[in-house]
Design a protein around this ligand. Sequence first.
Ligand code: ATR
Length: 276
Amino acid sequence: MQNAGIAELGLDWRYLAFDVAPSDLASAIVGARTMKFVGLNLTVPHKLLAVEWVDVLDESAKVWGAVNTIRFEARDRSGTWQAIWRVPPGEIAEVRSCGFNTDADALTRALREDLGLEPRGASVLLLGAGGAGRVAALKLAAEGVGRLFLVNRTMSKAGAIADEIRTRFAGVQVELGYPGAGVDLVLNATSMGLKPEDPWPFDATQFSLENARAAYDMIYRPAETRFLAAARAAGCRTANGIGMLLYQGARALEIWTEASAPVAVMRRALEENIYV
Ligand code: ATR
């Protein structure tokens, strides 16, 4: 996806994958900074750890408490910080790493563009209270969701998220457990559905997909989980998590390049490589 986007923008850059142990994260970031990389993406388990190891945090990383994108910035002779590739090597006085988070915005963009769902005022049943579930809950709250119902195998984790929402977004109505009436959206943020033998992500005696208008699954492989297939059969609009993967990457590319990401090209590359 990134290499397709980079090629479309006509840049002589390469996006490469590196396997880094969590204990080596700090030296990996310093190493990339030393080698004047343009930037980095980070995935689990590095996103939380990186908050400690970048030189500066963008507001997006501060708000979500996680870094999935790093931009290396150079200070030129006049003292201005800018994307490192903009400063000729001989004029770089200092380099720093700046941490961003593009995951949270990617969720709401996917809900809007792939599912036609406007979070503001919507009623949502959110399944899962792990790392992805927490960011989804907080982002929906930040967007002014109408009513938010939280369900998780370990309900105490959902409770902690509800408390955090009540503190940070006092106007949002958040409840633990299943809704008594219909919802606009049921969102699976658990890892249930990655494997065919996985248990169902919610208690079917407590909630029926007939009572949801739309269903979103953060899982994108398989392209249609049992949850999404059942939601489609129940008449819901459905979308899988490929949009979240795409939009977080598109935004990262924009942070590095300061150009608009060629989203259609990136989506095609993603689909070709995921669904081979
Ligand atoms: P991620 O970063 O993808 O959110 P995670 O933090 O490990 O990963 O969260 C996994 C989510 O899937 C959690 O909501 C987890 O429920 P618990 O908080 O109770 O662990 C959920 N999950 C994982 N295995 C599950 C299972 N067998 N049944 C139901 N839920 C499960």
